[in-house]
Design a protein around this ligand. Structure first.
Ligand SMILES: *Cc1c(COP(=O)(O)O)cnc(C)c1O
Length: 419
C-alpha cells in the first residue's frame, strides 16, 4: 500500500487506517511495508536463515554450536586458516598496523599493495594488476571504466550478480547471450555492432552453480575477429583451474588475448579482496576513473599480507591444487557410482541435481542431522525445477571426510528415494 504523500490530504478510510500517528502527529508506520515484505519472504520459503560459525573455516565447522563436516565454503585450498597466512598477518601488522587510513589515490597505497599487484600480475602472466576491496567491487570498479552509455555489454545469461550490477552501473546497454554459446555471442555481436560505439563481452570463467567452464577460447576468438573487448570473471577459477591454479586464461592458454580478468581473494586464496588484471593501460585508466578505487579505502594490511602469503604458497607448489582435484575426482566418481546426477560440472564444484526445491531442502536438512553441512540451492538462485545440493570440495578434506560425506549422501539418498 502506498503511503500518503501529503499530510492533511483527505484520504479514503482504508488508507488512513493503515497509518497511525504519534503524539506529534507524525506517521509512525512508514516502515510497515518491511514487515509485509519479510512476512512474504518467510511464507514463500525465500527467507534466508543465516547460520553463525564458531570456528575457523576448515574441513569441519562449528555451526550454531554443532560440529559438522563442511561442504559449503569456497575455501578450495584450505588457506582460510593456514598457518603461513596467519604468520604473515602477524608480521605485517607489527610493521604496518591494521588500517590503510585513506583511499588508494590519497594516502592509502602501501608498499604491500604494490607488492601484491606486482605478484598477482606475475602469477596471472599479465602486464599489470590493481587490487581492490573485493571481487564484487572489482566488477563495479572495472566495467564502468571500459563501457559507457554509448556502448553495449554482451553478457552470458548466467553471469554473476556482481557482473550484472557493474554492467548496470556503466549505463551501457546489456545484451544477454545464451549460456556458454559462442554462436549466440557471434549473432549478438552482428546484431549490435552498428548500433553501439564499442562492444564488451563479459563471462564468468567457472560458473558457480553448475561448475561448468566457459568456452573461453571460442568466445575470445570471436571477440578478436569482430574487434570486441573481452573480460572474464575468474572468481571460481583462480587457484583451481590452470597450471598450479593460475586460472581460466592459463587453462585455455589464452595469455595476452583477454583484455581484462577480474578475480577474488575470497575463494581459493582463502582471504578477501578483489583484483583486476590485464593490460597496463587499463590499470592506468582504472586508477584515474574507477569510483571504487577513488572513493573507497584501500585493502587493509592483514588482508593484503594474507593475500601475499597465499600467492607465495600457490607459486611454491601445486600440491594443494592437485589435492583439491584428487578429492573432486574421487568424490564425483563415487557419487555417480551411487547413482546421483552430478550435472555438467567440470570443476570441484559438485551439484547434486534433485529437481524439486522441497526435496533439496529436506535432503540438506537430513545431511545436516547426519553431520554434513551442504547447501540446498533453489529458485531464483538456480532455474525453477533445477534445485540441487551444492557440494564444495576442498584440499582441506581428508579421505575420511569424503567417505563420511559419501555415507551420509547414500543414507539420505536411499531414505528419500533419490537413489
Ligand atoms: C564470489 C564471486 C564474486 C565476488 O567475490 P567477493 O570477493 O566475494 O566479493 C564475483 N564474481 C564471481 C563470479 C563470484 O563467484
Amino acid at each position: 500500500m502506498v503511503p500518503p504523500k501529503l499530510p492533511g490530504l483527505v484520504l479514503p478510510g482504508s488508507i488512513i487506517k493503515l497509518h497511525s500517528s504519534d503524539e506529534r502527529g507524525n506517521m509512525t508506520d512508514r516502515l510497515a511495508w518491511i514487515d509485509e515484505e519479510l512476512k512474504n519472504l518467510k511464507e514463500t520459503g525465500f527467507y534466508n536463515s543465516i547460520r553463525t560459525l564458531g570456528s575457523p573455516q576448515g574441513s569441519h565447522l562449528v555451526v550454531d554450536g554443532k560440529q559438522v563436516l563442511n561442504f559449503c565454503s569456497n575455501n578450495y585450498l584450505g588457506l582460510a586458516n593456514h598457518p603461513r597466512l596467519v604468520e604473515a598477518v602477524n608480521a605485517a601488522t607489527k610493521r604496518l598496523g591494521v588500517g590503510p587510513g585513506a583511499v588508494r589515490s590519497i594516502a592509502g597505497t602501501m608498499d604491500l599493495h604494490i607488492e601484491l599487484e606486482r605478484r598477482m600480475a606475475a602469477f596471472k602472466g599479465v602486464e599489470s594488476s590493481v587490487v581492490l576491496q573485493s571481487g564484487f567491487v572489482a566488477n563495479s570498479a572495472s566495467i564502468p571504466v571500459l563501457a559507457g552509455k554509448e556502448d553495449a555489454i554482451l553478457s552470458d545469461e548466467l553471469n554473476h550478480a556482481s557482473i550484472i550490477d557493474g554492467s548496470r552501473l556503466s549505463g551501457a546497454k546489456i545484451i544477454r547471450f545464451k549460456h556458454a554459446d559462442p554462436q549466440a555471442l557471434e549473432d549478438a555481436i552482428k546484431a549490435a555492432q552498428s548500433q553501439y560505439r564499442r562492444l564488451l563481452m563479459i563471462t564468468d570463467g567457472v560458473f558457480s552453480m553448475d561448475g561448468d567452464i566457459a568456452p573461453l577460447d571460442q568466445l575470445v576468438e570471436i571477440c578478436e575477429r569482430y574487434g570486441v573487448m573481452s573480460m572474464v570473471d575468474d572468481a571460481h577459477g583462480e587457484g583451481v583451474v590452470g597450471k598450479g591454479g593460475r586460472g581460466i586464461v592459463d587453462h585455455f592458454g589464452l595469455h595476452g588475448r583477454l583484455d581484462l580478468e577480474v578475480g577474488t581473494f575470497s575463494k581459493a586464496f582463502g582471504v578477501a579482496g578483489g583484483v583486476v588484471a590485464g593490460k597496463a593501460k587499463i590499470s592506468d585508466l582504472l586508477k584515474q576513473r574507477s569510483r571504487a578505487f577513488l572513493f573507497s579505502s584501500a585493502m587493509t594490511v592483514p588482508n593484503a599480507a594474507a593475500n601475499l602469503a597465499a600467492v607465495d604458497l600457490l607459486e611454491e607448489s601445486t600440491a594443494l591444487v592437485d589435492r583439491l582435484w584428487g578429492n573432486a575426482r574421487f568424490f564425483q566418481a563415487e557419487m555417480r557410482k551411487l547413482g546421483f546426477d552430478t550435472g555438467v560440472t567440470q570443476t570441484p564444484i559438485t551439484p547434486v541435481m534433485l529437481g524439486d526445491v522441497q526435496l533439496a531442502r529436506e535432503f540438506s536438512r537430513q545431511l545436516y542431522d547426519a553431520g554434513v553441512f551442504a547447501m540446498a540451492l533453489g529458485f531464483p538462485t538456480v532455474p525453477q525445477g533445477k534445485a540441487r545440493i551444492r557440494v564444495m570440495l576442498s584440499a582441506a578434506h581428508s579421505q575420511q571426510d569424503l567417505e563420511n560425506c559419501l555415507d551420509a549422501f547414500e543414507q539420505v539418498g536411499k531414505r528419500l528415494n533419490v537413489i
